[in-house]
Design a protein around this ligand. Structure first.
Ligand code: MSP
Length: 653
């Protein structure tokens, strides 16, 4: 029998910015669904990538004084390096600057042009560079983008147009016939009423900048970045060639996107595909936005949550679990350090970690580390078997309807029952009475079997920890190669030997210390970091790497910054938190200079900062850069500043 197939995509990310938890979220969700489908026996193709063309990227590169492709090459590394550390199992990573993509996107444009669905005219109107979107007069009222709030640009230029208006009725008919196309339902309703409001033809080329794919046969124009970007879902499969990948996986089963890019995916993209005579994706699912402490994340406010510190401190699985569990899929959700640490300690350390360590610990103690033989007729065996079956059925149906948070709720409700089962059955009491041996064996078998099944059902979300549980139970196999048939209760073989029962799955974090910044990590990382650090120092002292090339130096982005606000960090003697301007953007910087400088003396000073340093947390406050200071013998800092005439944002080289 031919394998069922599943093609899932994430949006491709702009390369003008570093990834934050919003970007990580879509990719994690896509990975969780991909892993779930593989477990269910599907042949999965999982695509992610980067959107590298357009005015926004061109401008960002200009501000850095580099070419757009240099910026893209640099930023793409952040994504490529981030995904493996988050256990992202994508099959392909597409960059829109790759020839395979440029060729396919140009082909699609040419086809639509040749058949008269694209025509040349003149565009006059407003454009939002941040969203790369043309706006109607009503949308542009007030001169600010209704979506991102940034100021709009007036555009007047010759432009190619796509006959979007021609597809208005066809789209409405398609939405009607395929209610599953746009999910969740309230998003579908939004799209339907937008289209019912009337569709105007869409400008699909630009002439006022250069960074994009040239329009075939009229290179003065470049293809509108959204037409370019959307076609990645096809070009990654080899389109327009008739490749095996394309035949196997198009149309996509699931485009996962954030709610802000719904119109592009649910209106423009289906219309382009209809025009090209290609089948439409089966589902476009728009999730909500992550806020930080209930406020919109923004670089200028300085509240952007970067994933690295969470991964370093808690591990990728914990971040993945939090993202899946905390957000009602489809709605907005707020990230806070308190909620994160809270879930970590209660759900992972207590509920999951305790079940595993208590179960394995007792088997170690009472059964010499071997899985005992259960009495399958014991009522408790039967009851737990049916409880677990019920959990598996609900888990599957939640996954199939993309209610991932509910699937996890289901598992955690089982974990709670299992922990209560331990307390209720008191195996430690049974162990004292030889006549209760069979009962003890049955209880411990049930618990071990439950731990095995829990490892399987959490494996799409927590691939690392589920593998760890799997290994401790004595299995060498990779959890990711498991199939759903292994979910049958009672498959665990009595007599098989546990590998390791001692270590806790998760180390508890002292929430108070973590949140006040006294303890930044649960412990282990600190040691590793210190080791790495001392290696670098040894090398330098030996004089082996004293010289660097100009390219090495240029990797460090030094910029002039103006201090706009400064205040002491509460409960810290040394730290000052500042808001600084880098010209086009504002950042929050935290520095240990409070013993030498008063906040009020700092405001207005022009200092030098390292602008491309990974953000770090000091006393729980994110610092998005580092200021430069000379260091005296006692370590006291002397701030560096730039001469008069220099402006915030100027690059230092
Ligand atoms: N390049 C386009 C997508 C083209 S797809 C053919 C783009 N890129 S983006 O980098 O700006 O955003 C990528 C995704 O990140 C979008 O789905 C967006 O919704 C998501 N997020 C950005 N900020 C977010 C949050 N704060 N929370 C959740 N997701 C958010 O748009």
């Amino acid at each position: 029998m031919e394998k069922r197939r599943f093609y899932v995509t994430t949006p491709i990310y702009y390369v003008n910015d570093l990834p934050h938890i919003g970007h990580v979220y879509t990719t994690v969700i896509a990975d969780v669904i991909a892993r779930y489908k593989r477990l269910m026996g599907f042949d999965v193709y999982f695509l992610t990538g980067t959107d590298e063309h357009g005015q926004k990227v061109e401008k960002a590169a200009e501000a850095d004084g580099i070419k757009p492709i240099e910026l893209a090459d640099k930023v793409v590394e952040n994504y490529l390096n981030l995904w493996p550390g988050l256990s992202i199992s994508n099959n392909d990573f597409i960059r829109t600057t790759q020839p395979r993509h440029e060729k396919g996107a140009a082909y699609l444009f040419k086809q639509l042009l040749d058949q008269g669905d694209i025509y040349l005219d003149h565009y006059k109107g407003m454009y939002c560079v941040s969203c790369e979107a043309f706006l109607t007069q009503t949308q542009a009222k007030g001169g600010k983008c209704p979506d991102c709030g940034k100021p709009l640009e007036e555009v007047e230029e010759e432009s190619y147009f796509f006959r979007l208006s021609k597809y208005e009725k066809k789209l409405l008919a398609y939405y009607e016939a395929h209610p599953e196309l746009i999910q969740p339902e309230h998003r579908r309703n939004e799209v339907v009423s937008f289209v019912k409001g009337g569709l105007k033809d869409l400008s699909v080329s630009r002439t006022s900048f250069k960074w994009g794919i040239p329009v075939p046969e009229n290179e003065k124009h470049i293809i509108y970045v959204w037409l370019d970007a959307l076609s990645n879902y096809l070009t990654a499969l080899g389109y327009p060639e008739d490749t095996e990948l394309y035949r196997n996986f198009w149309p996509a089963d699931l485009h996962l996107i954030g709610k802000d890019i719904l119109r592009f995916h649910a209106v423009y993209w289906p219309a382009f595909l209809m025009a090209a005579g290609l089948p439409l994706p089966k589902t476009i699912f728009a999730h909500g936005w992550w806020l930080k402490d209930k406020a919109k994340m923004s670089k200028s406010v300085g509240n952007v949550v970067r994933p690295q510190y969470l991964v370093e401190d808690f591990g990728a699985d914990a971040l993945r679990y939090f993202l899946v569990r905390e957000m009602v899929f489809g709605q907005d959700s707020s990230f806070s350090d308190e909620a994160f640490v809270g879930r970590f300690n209660s759900d992972l350390v207590n509920d999951l970690g305790n079940l595993v360590s208590r179960t394995l610990g007792m088997i170690d103690r009472y059964c010499e580390g071997k899985i005992p033989e259960p009495d399958v007729d014991d009522d408790r065996y039967r009851k737990m078997e049916s409880r677990i079956k019920e959990c598996a059925v609900n888990w599957e149906s939640h996954f199939d309807t993309y209610q991932l948070h509910k699937a996890m709720e289901e598992v955690w409700s089982l974990l709670s029952d299992l922990n209560k089962f331990i307390v209720g059955q008191e195996p430690w009491v049974l162990a004292k009475d030889e006549s209760k041996r069979k009962e003890l064996d049955t209880i411990l078998y049930v618990l071990a079997e439950a731990a095995r099944l829990v490892a399987l059902v959490i494996s799409p979300v927590m691939p690392v920890k589920s593998q760890e549980i799997w290994n401790r139970l004595g299995f060498d196999a990779k959890v990711e190669n498991c199939v759903v048939s292994m979910m049958r209760f009672g498959s665990l073989k009595p007599g098989s030997v546990l590998k390791d029962s001692k270590e806790h799955l998760f180390a508890r974090v002292d929430a108070k210390a973590y949140l006040t910044g006294e303890q930044t990590e649960p412990g282990k990382n600190k040691v590793e970091k210190t080791k790495k650090q001392s290696k670098v120092e040894e090398k330098s002292e030996a004089g082996m790497d004293n010289l660097i090339t100009i390219d090495d130096f240029m990797k460090v982005q030094l910029r002039v910054a103006k201090i706009l606000e400064a205040e002491k960090v509460e409960k810290s003697k040394k730290l000052i938190k500042m808001k600084v301007s880098l010209g086009e953007e504002e950042r929050q910087i935290v520095a240990g200079i409070a013993l030498q400088y008063q906040p009020e003396d700092l405001v207005g000073r022009q200092i030098i900062v390292v602008a491309n340093l990974q953000p770090a947390k000091l006393m729980g406050i994110e610092s998005q850069g580092m200021l430069l200071a000379a260091s005296g013998e006692d370590g006291a800092p002397f701030l560096l500043s730039a001469d008069e005439g220099s402006k915030p944002g100027f690059r230092i080289k």
